[in-house]
Design a protein around this ligand. Structure first.
Ligand code: FE2
Length: 370
């Protein structure tokens, strides 16, 4: 690490993740799928009815998780080109900053490319100042400044959706990128250089490989724990790595998964399963090994209940974490979610990687891509 990068550590003021925007073919149906199955409230809308003629966007909220789903109403819109190439996917990992003008100036002076100039958005329920920079692939980071957290965005019509039924989702824990072979270090450097982030963890292909596929991963973070960004690249395995499969079907680098916290993963998953959410299956053998792998399973956690629900458990120096991964959110094998309950553990479920990858590979084999 050079002195220049050292000097930048943690000097970029950031409040956390602000929201995630997806570009999709049918924002209306996406919003209703997320409402019915994932329990989000539809908090706002912007489209032709509110004076925006080219696009329709739904603003969703659950706990501190804020999502936008946007589709284009005209054939030649850039959103349709994005959807054609990538399928439905994450366009924007928006970051909450105290000063958007200063954030844009700092980021571009350190090598980031501007994706959208500074803009003031005003509405009856609040104001934003927002700009954007380019990140990996076609992904951008909006830099959003708003005094009290304004949601939906200021130019949206607010909706009252009091009948929505949440499943206990809290906030975004981490957002994971898949990048091309050899690009991981470049993007780690980008986040160190531009945002002053630091390397939190490094997993080499020895640590997270199975017989069939492998990946390498580095996690950068802001040092405070409000932003954690793992960056994966494929490593050579005997068969096609899940990261390569992603890159093939997404058509390049992009967001692979978003991890969202819950205070009770057992309750969240029981309800998600009841609603028909697709969740990854875990081999029974995984649960037989828990007593050997975890030194102290908390008294309120029954291994049999974890097995029924397909929940994974891991332990590190800080404590325990429970996690589960959804199936793909679309027909292309690209984007999925993780739900995570942290009980002191600060890791990412490293001890689960092998069990998880074996499960991923079973699904990959079923699609004929292994
Ligand atoms: Fe994760």
């Amino acid at each position: 690490m050079t002195d220049a990068i050292e000097a930048h550590k943690n000097d970029f003021p950031i409040k956390g993740f602000h929201h995630i925007e997806f570009w999709v073919a049918n924002a209306y149906q996406s919003a209703h799928y997320y409402r019915a199955i994932h329990g989000y409230e539809i908090a706002g809308y912007r489209g032709p009815e509110t004076g925006t003629s080219e696009t329709a966007t739904y603003a969703l909220r659950q706990g501190d998780v804020r999502l936008l789903f946007t589709s284009a109403l005209e054939p030649d819109h850039e959103i349709n080109d994005h959807v054609r190439r990538h399928g439905p996917g994450v366009r924007d990992v928006a970051i909450h900053v105290p000063d958007a003008a200063k954030a844009l100036e700092m980021a571009t002076s350190r090598g980031a490319k501007e994706a959208a100039p500074l803009q003031a958005l005003q509405g009856d329920h609040g104001n934003w100042s927002v700009a954007a920079i380019h990140a990996y692939g076609d992904t951008i980071h909006s830099l959003v400044e708003d005094e009290a957290l304004v949601w939906p965005p200021p130019d949206f019509r607010v909706r009252n959706d009091s009948l929505a039924q949440p499943i206990g989702l809290g906030h975004i824990d981490h957002v994971v990128a898949n990048v091309e072979l050899g690009a991981m270090d470049e993007w780690v450097e980008f986040y160190e250089q531009v945002f002053g982030f630091v390397l939190l963890r490094h997993f080499d292909d020895e640590a997270i490989s199975t017989e069939y596929s492998a990946l390498m991963s580095k996690v950068v973070w802001d040092g405070e724990g409000v932003i954690r960004l793992p960056i994966n690249e494929p490593a050579t395995g005997r068969k096609k790595s899940q990261i390569e499969e992603y890159l093939d079907f997404y058509g390049g680098s992009g967001v692979q998964h978003i991890a969202i916290t819950t205070e009770s993963l057992v309750e969240t998953v029981a309800e998600a399963r009841r609603r028909g959410m697709g969740l990854m299956s875990v081999p029974d053998s995984y649960y037989a090994e828990i007593p050997d792998r975890i030194s102290a399973v908390p008294a309120d956690i029954e291994i049999e209940r974890l097995r029924e629900l397909g929940i994974l458990i891991d332990e590190d120096d800080g404590g325990i974490l429970l996690q589960i991964f959804t199936r793909m959110m679309q027909d292309r094998p690209t984007f999925f979610y993780e739900f995570i309950e942290r009980r002191g553990a600060m890791g990412f479920g490293e001890g689960n990687f092998k069990a998880l990858f074996e499960a991923i590979e079973r699904d990959q084999a079923a699609r004929g891509n292994l």
